[in-house]
Design a protein around this ligand. Sequence first.
Ligand code: ADP
Ligand code: MG
Length: 699
Amino acid sequence: MENMKDIPELFGSMVFNDETMRLRLPKDIYRVLKKTMREGTHLELDVANAVANDMKNWAVEKGATHFSHWFQPMTGITAEKHDSFISPVGDGKVIMEFSGKELVRGEPDASSFPSGGLRATFEARGYTVWDITSYAFIKNGTLCIPTAFCSYSGEALDKKTPLLRSMDAIDKQSRRILKLFGNTSVRRVLPTVGPEQEYFLVDKDMYLKRPDLAFTGRTLFGARPPKGQEMDDHYFRTLTPRVSAFMKELDEELWKLGVLAKTKHNEAAPAQHELAPIYTTANIATDHNQLTMELMKSVAYKHGLVCLLHEKPFAGVNGSGKHNNWSLASDTGVNLLEPGETPHENAQFLLFLVAVIKAVDDYQDLLRASVASAGNDHRLGANEAPPAIISMFLGNELTGMLEAIESGSVYRNKKKYQMEIGVTALPHFPMDATDRNRTSPFAFTGNKFEFRMPGSSLSVAGPNIVLNTAVAEVLSQFADSLEGVKDFNAALGAIIKTTYGNHKRIIFNGNNYSADWVKEASRRGLSNLKTTMDTLGAFICEKSVTMFAAHRVFSKAELQSRYEILTESYCKTLGIEALTMIDITKGEIIPACIDYQNELALLLERKKNCGGYDTSLESFLLGQIAGLSTKLFENLKTLENAAMEAKNEQKTDAQAALFGSKVLASMSELRLTADELESLVAKKYWPLPSYADLLYSVI
Ligand code: ADP
Ligand code: MG
């Protein structure tokens, strides 16, 4: 783009957004549509027809030829099926048509999407329904309609449906609370989300020589390079021309789609980068994050790069996360997690704050489960990533204040301070940069929480569904006990005090990366669920089933199906990793070791034949490589057996347990041997680009 003044014009140019609707739709249609959006009611067919027609005309003007319902099945990525607008009118001619029915509802054959047993193949039809709160957009010449995806009997088969349900739940419960504070003008409370996205960029040619990256997204082999991230010289470093060109194009493509791409910089590990958008509502943020990941991949490819979104593409260097910044906003523009100015606002803030504290403590296992994946298992607890223990950071000021409230004592900062709920205001407590704990998995950062556990490839729908519903649950408990009380301030004070007292074990302001914290957390009775299979049970336990059912977010059957899909996906991921490792070992590493041994042996023999030469180097190397190669062969057999045993196990839970124990352990063993061989075998024989090649080649 030549002229930077064009950005406001470029922004959202491929989105059928509010402004476009206002300009293009007949006034009465626009009004009805807005009302439907606000109230989440049903869209009448005549309105849908009018909207569809204008939407199609707009899309065709922009060069679109097709439309697609764009949805988010349980695969973790998005799905689309393109239909052209053409409709025959006789004489071999066509016109471009798009009906309200086509806009609002689609019926894709759903049999190839994971359903976790919710839908038998003989009733394979699913249907997609327009999520009217997320705008349609044009991508690659196709008008994409963001949709929810359900089975014919209405069960959620995707990530959007439960997210929207959870948004309704937290809206309803938040407004009950706001009403108690006399606020009846708020018509909608929305969770807001800003997901910071980390990723790696590697050179395409290098990538193509790494089948492990291609098949599994992470390196299954690779000796540590002489230089990793120990110099701390990549974070915020000047962007190289190639990376800079990539980021520029990515920004522009995202802006066209209305994605609020804001911040970009180099991250801590070599070849690692980050993009952060400006926050928006949870469902739009989720849609936009999916688009961001998709565009990161396609734009990188155009630049001769490959974008890696795996949580841990390289052992020994930082993994990639997706910090989920989360807060609650009213449609009147108030951030409910922002301390206010008046005693009244502060009391309300404190109530929402302790609701989040209780929700995170009560549902820590579920929150941990919401970020579980085979990939994230490698990241959590390693190199600058939060451990698998959920805790919250509030900062010393806020913690001090809550402590004082709990003990009924005077809070001492610069001046002594006695807080009476609903009567006195909180002392001003700015959250400055020094009062930020980067090691905390769930940190309060002044007016929002930053959940740092999600891995980089995860859809943010999952953690936000859990957060929204858990907080809605606690708010409903609060509302139940506060509605109708005589002395509101006293009851409020009591709730804040007891809730904090009962749940403060979840608050930890220290260093989450330290070994001491692991011990301390265990003393406090906090969970430390290290691997995916330790966590997934949290989805189907009685407590979760009851909570999700109470707020109509998931039925028991839907939870069970998600449990099964996640377990299966865990098994499949590890199955593919094991097979890839076996293939590379047999097809590339063993032959390379043989070739190099052959060269050494030949030289050894020639030297011996000539007589008088020192052969200590060749003998030593040959001995080492021969020994390690034999060990590698043993490791290979062990892995093959373990993988076979796991594959043959019929029960999914038992299969997952085998993958998580035996298979993973055999893979680690094999890798150790292979990495040692890499450091001995001549580079020209080693078939895989090294870590140094991958991490330092994009300049
Ligand atoms: P950092 O955490 O890196 O210091 P910021 O705190 O400024 O950076 O913002 C990080 C992310 O948090 C951004 O995506 C931003 O839009 C998002 N964010 C800021 N305020 C809110 C909010 N009220 N709700 C949700 N996300 C928010
Ligand atoms: Mg941040």
